[in-house]
Design a binder for this molecule. Sequence first.
Ligand SMILES: [Zn+2]
Length: 63
Amino acid sequence: MFLVTLICSDEACAEEAEAVVRDLGELERLACACGCTLQALEVDAWVAAAPVARRGALALVAA
Ligand SMILES: [Zn+2]
C-alpha cells in the first residue's frame, strides 16, 4: 500500500489530495473534481504492517 500526495495538473485549480492505493497503477484512475488528471507529488510506502512483523521476529529469537 502507498500513501500518495496528489496535485491537480491544472495550474488554475492546483487542488491537493491524498490517497491510499494498493499499487501505483491505481493512480491512473484518480481524477480531480474539476475533471483534470492528478499528478503524484509524493509517494510514501504504507508501513502499518511493519511493527507486527518486527514483533514476530523477536518472538522467534526468544524461542
Ligand atoms: Zn482540479
